[in-house]
Design a protein around this ligand. Structure first.
Ligand code: ATP
Ligand code: ATP
Ligand code: MG
Ligand code: MG
Lengths: 223, 223
């Protein structure tokens, strides 16, 4: 589904160059549940952003099926993301002025869903992440873990082909975390959705069987 | 050091009343390392904000030594916080336009430190949390765990009497998390600093021996 060839990502900070990724090659197959692990600052979020076309690589190629992502212009890239991808950001990235309901509905507004279909999907997904009692809350009226669950619901509501989840359980207690992982596993089994996680939480590795360890911008080993 | 008497905290959401805390009484002694645990949405952050005078309770009293916090006006409350408290927020709350160095220096600017003293303390604290190579970075140029470590350094740099840490290891891998907890334990042993954590991470409970479980805005039991 996804193939990365020798990906490098540099950030310039004044005159200093930060090499966030220093040559990552990887293949991800349809229906896999895979997770990246590694210390804080090793490049997990950077790698997820490049797989999802949110950030461009400094060098190297990103293939989605037989399409090279780097060749798409911004407009086609964001349409590709809306049609194929669900993204759960490390800091959730919810729209502050919209309610939980409106935040989850947002990606559906770009697709071809009727108002009733949207309502059905949004309410069902908020129920599945345990947030039915908070649909009118805005992000600043929610706890950290509640915001994270709204971000998860938003990524899953379009039933995307692939979900990129950056530390999806970081703000959740282990029971709520397990509830969310069970939901993702079920979606993976019924819809063959591909999941790529980044995590520090060992509970995630009970669901994402393939672990890719990153260290200082390089893949350490594949378990 | 801190005494809470029958604390209630309600949030109004339109016509709906959310009871975040429903009668919490608690005493915290000088030099303790204590942590709140409980599911997402049970009231941990709300309780920490009330202990730290960041939020007011709807009813009930908060005592710091023999001073009732609710009686202080905003100006005296924020001066009390700057002189006695270090706060690590769940979403870090770093100032986006300032570098890591400037963010950590901020609380010292309100105190009586010379420029050299400030520089010494800021660099020492950033070194202790493993962030010496990122002092010029702004928050949007840092990884999630790197931002969290800058927030931790900022809370400790004034050597406060009490540190309130809301999920301080949520974005850290276990090695980096342990490094930070070791640092806090050392500060607790050398300076008798009181630490109050909220966490979902069992590693924290190896350091914060007293666990107070919250459930739906009430204390469940004291371990
Ligand atoms: N500003 C607000 N307005 C309305 N409701 C709020 C507000 N802040 C918090 N709440 C509600 O109060 C309850 C407790 O929130 P709190 O942030 O204290 O939970 P928490 O235990 O810290 O959860 P988490 O582990 O997810 O961070 C939640 O149900 C939340 O929706
Ligand atoms: N916009 C940026 N500008 C400069 N440097 C950056 C930028 N974004 C990330 N970096 C640097 O690139 C490196 C990798 O960052 P990344 O966010 O991918 O790490 P991570 O593995 O996700 O860490 P964490 O577990 O803390 O979230 C870090 O050292 C970080 O400082
Ligand atoms: Mg990250
Ligand atoms: Mg919280």
């Amino acid at each position: 589904l996804i193939k990365l060839e020798d990906i490098h990502k540099d950030y310039m900070l004044g005159k200093v160059k930060i090499q966030a990724l220093r040559g990552v090659s990887l293949q991800i197959n349809t229906g896999e549940m895979l997770c990246f692990m590694g210390s804080s600052g090793c490049g997990k979020s950077t790698l997820l952003n490049i797989i999802g076309g949110i950030d461009g690589a400094t060098s190297g190629k990103v293939w989605y099926k037989d399409q090279e992502l780097n060749r798409l212009n911004d407009k086609r890239l964001s349409r590709w993301r809306n049609q194929h991808l669900g993204f759960i950001f490390q800091n959730f990235n919810l729209v502050p002025v919209l309610s939980a309901y409106e935040n989850v509905e947002q990606p559906l507004l770009l697709g071809k869903f009727s108002r009733n279909e949207r309502k059905e999907r949004v309410l069902a997904m908020l129920e599945l992440v345990g947030m039915s009692e908070h649909i009118q809350h805005r992000p600043d009226q929610l706890s950290g873990g509640q915001r994270q669950r709204v971000a998860i619901a938003r990524a899953l509501v379009t039933q995307p082909e692939m979900v990129l989840a950056d530390e999806p359980t970081a703000s959740l207690d282990s029971t709520t975390g397990q509830q969310v992982l069970e939901l993702m596993q079920k979606i993976n089994e019924t819809l063959s959705t591909t999941f790529v996680f980044s995590t520090h939480d060992y509970q995630v590795t009970e669901y994402a069987k393939r672990i890719v360890r990153l260290s200082d911008g390089l893949i350490e080993g594949v378990a």
